[in-house]
Design a protein around this ligand. Sequence first.
Ligand code: HEM
Length: 172
Amino acid sequence: MALPEDALSTDATEFIGYLECASKDAAGWCGFSLAGPMTNSLLITAWPHEDTVYTTLRYAGGYAMPDLYAGNAEITQIRSSQNSTHFSLVFRCKNCLQWDHNGSTGQASTSGGFLVLGWVQAFPSPGNPTCPDQITLEQHDNGMGIWGAVLDENAANPSYSAWAAQATKTVT
Ligand code: HEM
């Protein structure tokens, strides 16, 4: 994760993320929680399909198929790649570190210098893979975890604006 230069003193609202997810022959999906747990946190889901890595922003009130996130967060892509064992995505996530899903609010505060994040992976690919708003998922079946990420001066980077300007690709 890269963050705006002042993110360690002022809570950032956006970040640049680098995902690398295990994926056999471009199948499956991975997901991230920006607060740690699956519930009541902004969720990013990503999966490869043909030459594209798709994403959808989701929110879950319980341990069931997450809803489409109702807030104004937005993902634009810098680059993506796929091979027989992994897919990867470098992306800008605007308005992703503070969330409001129909009045359910939360935040991942960068000024504390520490984030709690969650991850999951799944073997089956999403249904409707070319329509991010309409994908169907089965419960993830290839591992999950919650971890803590220390944010240091390498993450909050003076080059952030220049990197963010490269996020010109919108995949919908
Ligand atoms: C954990 C169900 C989709 C992120 C869990 C657990 C269940 C569940 C039952 C708890 C498992 C345990 O403690 O043993 C589902 C179902 C889904 C779904 C039925 C869709 C049909 C997603 C998605 C994401 C996600 C799309 C993220 C993009 C997580 C995370 C955890 C988790 C980070 C671990 C942290 C926690 O226990 O809260 N999920 N999930 N899930 N899920 Fe999901």
